[in-house]
Design a protein around this ligand. Structure first.
Ligand SMILES: Cc1ncc(C[n+]2csc(CCOP(=O)(O)OP(=O)(O)O)c2C)c(N)n1
Length: 742
């Protein structure tokens, strides 16, 4: 007999023979009808686990982590509303069924089976993942990375806390909605969980609204590693700003009662609560897990005797709501119903082509028009003395600052946040003045935690805001990048385009900073961003493009719901000169919004017209290439075509090939590391699409950036570009690269 068959038979035998635990004696406001419904949901959840495991043995269903032992979370759902967004633990199937019962619109058990069997008709992910979720019931699907949903749950709570203060798009949530987020006891230890808990407590501690109900479904073990007895309570109770409450997760009435207390605290006070839901794990970690390898038979039997379904049965009988025979009968009927559903569901279509699989990579664009341009009078009064800058040539950082100001005016739901962005205006003053103009609800200093910044962005976006987050330095993206890679960018894919989180993440990065440096402030690798399906990466090389590019990025986030990274080359923030001191050739006047200057995705900037040589680059590399082109013109008489890519992901392939079609030689200047860089993709593209063209590249070396002038030993420079171009033109293409870049 398999463990699931044993559990199944034990339930029937214990109820039939009256071998039941003591019933719950709590007097709560939970109505009898609701209690009966919750038992149905618990039974359905259990039977879905059992049937799914059997199907997995026939390779008909996938990923057999179940909810057995956790079915009491149905009572958590009963205490909440459908418009309380739920970010759920993978063992929260009964919660989802119970929420569905609050607003039925389909057969929730069948929907679950469609997900377990990866059917294309799965209403959550369209057959892409076995996830719990529902658009109609505000349950966004979560990935399998434990704890990674906590930052965005926290971010969603922050967003709801803003509802009464800042305009937002209607996404079906109310000003008094709260966020529920569940996770396991082992997951509590993950730094991602700890970061989100800390951020929630930090916000609450200083009185910011953060309506977040955290539910730790504590079964005492994570796969095979026991959680130390008392650890969850001891580690959470001591936290300031978070209300701790505990319940017996096996007891529906106790769970409901505790959830109501926690809910009232969160909903009314707009402060976080931590519901410690204690239960047991039944049927091991997952279908493939041989629990007997690390737990004794006696321990397993002890937990099976604590089956929460037995507790509910005992309570129903004690209250006279059902007889033992009726419970067994109802359980068996549900078993047959789910078996029949399973037989039908396995015949439903699967995803069969890459087109079908990838159809949900990009979110559904919104049909909303662009918000109207800011009213000129309002604009003039807001800019005040700053307006004097408008006619002068300005640096890159001023362009970004002015564009951000205009965008905040135009998009009333846009929020700027990050480390030190408010009063200080960021490390480089790029956001200076925004706080005074738009106030602390829209321009906010976050605490020092990049995971939380990106979690805030996801949460805000899901709640109808337009997040413009700042990551202070590219090097500090890396301890948080899963929030972009595994969360923000996958949401559309795993929700079959039902959820989206359009956002712009401004990241200051790349190398060449003078007098400030070392690797961590001069990170020159964006490989980690370029392989994320659906993510857009844009970078300006000068003020000339910055405003138009940023406007397009914001529009992509707003209307197309895209996740966009706007990479700002720090070393060019203040650069105004190109060839000589005070020539001011790298500065330009700011194009006001009325010019409607947008830089279309997939377009490239082309200057010069020579066909012998084209230089393709971006950011600092483009700046240096512009200098190198002058030397080539003056010393060698070569009129090179210069191309600024601006879009680093996806690469502007068609426009680039079009611009290069008459060129004989192409030199790629890439300031990022040689391995995993943009230039690798460009070399491949040109090899595949323009095989007649001679191509070479000059790149940074595969090194981290050291302090001081030593940095330039591993980065491309102007003279190296000139040498590489000459070598390429002399037919020595493959000699051009790496060592010359030093
Ligand atoms: C970041 C990450 N690390 C490791 C895993 C592998 N993993 C999946 S579930 C799990 C145990 C989680 O235990 P717990 O949080 O107690 O939840 P439970 O399964 O017991 O309900 C682990 C280690 C993962 N999914 N994500």
């Amino acid at each position: 007999m398999t463990p699931s068959e044993r559990l199944h038979e034990a339930f029937i035998a214990c109820v039939s023979e009256g071998r039941l635990p003591a019933p719950s004696q709590l007097d709560t406001t939970l109505g009898d009808d609701v209690l009966l419904g919750l038992f149905q949901d618990q039974a359905s959840s259990r039977l879905l686990d059992i049937v799914s495991r059997r199907m997995a043995r026939n390779r008909e269903s996938f990923y057999t982590i179940g909810s057995a032992g956790h079915e009491g979370n149905a009572a958590v759902a009963a205490a909440l509303r459908v418009d309380d967004p739920a970010f759920l633990h993978y063992r929260s199937c009964a919660f989802a069924l119970a929420r569905h019962r609050q607003r039925p619109d389909s057969d929730a058990a069948r929907d679950a089976l469609l997900a377990f069997t990866a059917s294309a008709e799965d209403p959550v992910s369209g057959g892409r993942h076995k996830v719990i979720g529902s658009r109609a019931h505000w349950i966004p699907p979560q990935t399998s990375t434990i704890a990674s949903h906590l930052p965005k749950a926290m971010g969603t709570a922050h967003a709801l806390g803003l509802y009464r203060r800042v305009a937002h798009r209607d996404v079906g949530l109310a000003a008094d909605s709260l966020v529920i987020c569940s996770f396991g006891d082992a997951s509590l230890n993950h730094s991602t969980t700890q970061g989100a808990l800390n951020t929630a407590a930090w916000a609450a501690f200083q009185g910011s609204p953060i309506p977040l109900l955290l539910v730790c479904e504590d079964n005492g073990i994570g796969i095979s590693t026991p959680t130390p007895m008392g650890w969850v309570e001891a580690s959470v109770r001591a936290r300031p700003g978070i209300y701790y409450i505990c319940c017996d997760g096996r007891d529906l009435l106790d769970t409901y009662h505790a959830t109501c207390l926690a809910r009232d605290h969160v909903r009314v006070q707009r402060r976080p609560a931590f519901l410690h839901f204690r239960t047991v794990r039944l049927l091991g970690h997952a279908g493939t897990d041989a629990e007997t390898g690390y737990r004794s038979a006696a321990q397993i039997a002890e937990d099976e005797a604590l089956d929460p379904l037995l507790m509910t049965a005992s309570t129903l009988i004690d209250r006279g709501l059902m007889t033992a025979a009726a419970i067994v009968d109802s359980y068996r009927r549900e078993e047959h119903r789910i078996e029949a559903l399973a037989q039908d569901v396995v015949t439903r279509p699967k995803l069969t082509s890459s087109e079908e699989v990838m159809a949900s990579l990009l979110p559904v664009p919104r049909s909303a028009p662009l918000p109207p341009l800011p009213d000129e009078q309002h604009r003039a009064s807001l800019f005040g003395r700053d307006a004097r800058q408008f006619d002068r040539p300005l640096s890159l950082s001023r362009h970004i600052n002015l564009a951000l100001t205009d965008l905040m005016l135009q998009y009333t739901d846009a929020l700027v946040f990050g480390e030190d962005v408010a009063k200080k205006g960021g490390v480089y003053g790029v956001t200076r003045g925004l706080l005074d103009k738009f106030g602390p609800a829209r321009v906010t200093n976050t605490l020092l935690d990049e995971q939380s910044i990106l979690g805030l962005a996801i949460g805000l976006a899901q709640c109808g805001y337009l997040p413009i987050a700042e990551i202070q330095y590219l090097a500090y993206l890396h301890n948080a990048e899963d929030q972009l890679r595994g969360e923000a960018a996958t949401l559309s894919f795993f929700s079959n385009r039902q959820f989206s989180n359009g956002m712009v993440v401004r990241i200051a990065g790349l190398a060449y900073q003078k007098g400030f440096g070392g690797h961590f402030h001069n990170d020159n690798s964006i490989a980690v961003l370029r392989d994320i399906p659906g993510l857009i990466v844009a970078t300006p090389s000068s003020g000339r493009d910055a405003a138009g590019l940023l406007r397009t990025c914001v529009d992509l986030a707003h209307r197309e719901q895209r996740v966009v990274v706007f990479l700002e080359p720090i070393a060019l923030y203040m650069t105004t000169d190109l060839f000589s001191a005070d020539d001011n050739l790298w500065a330009a006047p700011y194009p006001s919004p009325a010019t409607q200057e947008y830089i279309a995705p997939g377009s490239v900037h082309v200057t010069g017209g020579g066909s012998a040589l084209a230089i393709v680059s971006y950011a600092n590399g483009y700046y240096l290439s512009t200098q190198a082109a002058q030397t080539l013109r003056e010393a060698d008489g070569i009129d090179a075509t210069l191309i600024d890519l601006r879009w680093l992901q996806p690469l502007p392939e068609a426009s680039l090939l079009q611009a290069l079609r008459h060129c004989d030689c192409v030199l790629i200047v890439d300031e990022c590391r040689r391995s995993g860089s943009v230039s690798e993709a460009l070399m491949t593209l040109l090899q595949e699409s323009l095989p007649r063209v001679s191509v070479a590249r000059i790149t940074a070396l595969d090194s981290f950036i050291p302090l001081g002038d030593a940095a330039y030993t591993v980065l491309p420079d102007r003279d190296g570009i000139v040498r590489a171009a000459r070598q390429l033109l002399s037919g020595d293409a493959n000699e051009a690269p790496q060592d010359d870049s030093a």
